[in-house]
Write a protein that binds this ligand. Structure first.
Ligand code: 5GP
Ligand code: MG
Ligand code: MG
Length: 187
């Protein structure tokens, strides 16, 4: 949908969402990324595609269907944000993978890399399990906000320091169902 209707933040402040990236642009970029990923992992026995919940659920659903490789899909949930718009440096693992990744080719799919703390922590944890290859695909990257080093091999869009929602990404658990990516503007 274009919007969910009257939008009020957790603090009662009204806001609107300005479109930043259209559904059509996202679809085109996702297809191109999937080709890059298919080329990169060509010949793999079975790729393990790891979605970081909850923000990447729409992205992983779309990109997984465009990657032309045998794959398994698994999920992890890490939390650094509460319901606010500020990142906490503390990363908690709320849900771990179901499957083993030792000796496997692994692709971590993330919605946004912001300060980098979340991915840094998750990658450190996964690397200890000795995957054969471990790469990251992030739909959005805000490089101007980076504080922890992370190597993101596949990036959808580089964006400025704006608080974005849609295409799986929430503000206070709303707006995940928007088909486009927009930025939150208080009115
Ligand atoms: P980091 O640990 O890199 O600072 O934060 C990564 C996570 O914070 C992202 O995966 C995402 O869940 C959340 N995040 C970062 N920037 C934004 C944003 O602009 N909007 C929303 N809704 N979440 C964000
Ligand atoms: Mg995330
Ligand atoms: Mg969130």
């Amino acid at each position: 949908p274009r919007t969910e209707g009257p939008l009020t933040g957790p603090d009662g402040k009204a806001y609107v969402i300005d479109q930043l990236i259209s559904a059509k642009s996202i679809a085109a970029r996702v297809e191109a990324l999937a080709h890059e990923i298919s080329d990169h992992f060509e010949g793999t026995e079975k790729l393990v595609v790891v979605g970081l919940l909850r923000g990447s659920f729409v992205f992983i659903a779309d990109i997984a269907r465009e990657i032309a490789l045998p794959m398994e899909i698994d999920f992890m949930e890490a939390s650094s944000y509460g319901s606010s718009m500020e990142s906490s440096r503390e990363v908690r693992i709320l849900k771990d993978l179901r499957g083993e990744i030792e000796g496997r080719d692994v692709l971590v799919v993330e919605d946004i890399v912001d300060t980098g703390f979340t991915l840094h922590h998750v990658l450190h944890m996964l690397r200890a399990r000795k995957p054969r290859r471990l790469e990251v695909c992030a739909l959005l990257d805000k490089p101007s906000r980076r504080e922890a080093e992370v190597d993101v091999r596949f990036t959808g869009f580089t964006i400025p320091d704006e608080f974005v929602v849609g295409y799986g990404i929430d503000y206070a658990q709303r707006n995940r169902n928007l088909s486009y990516i927009g930025k939150v503007r208080f009115v």
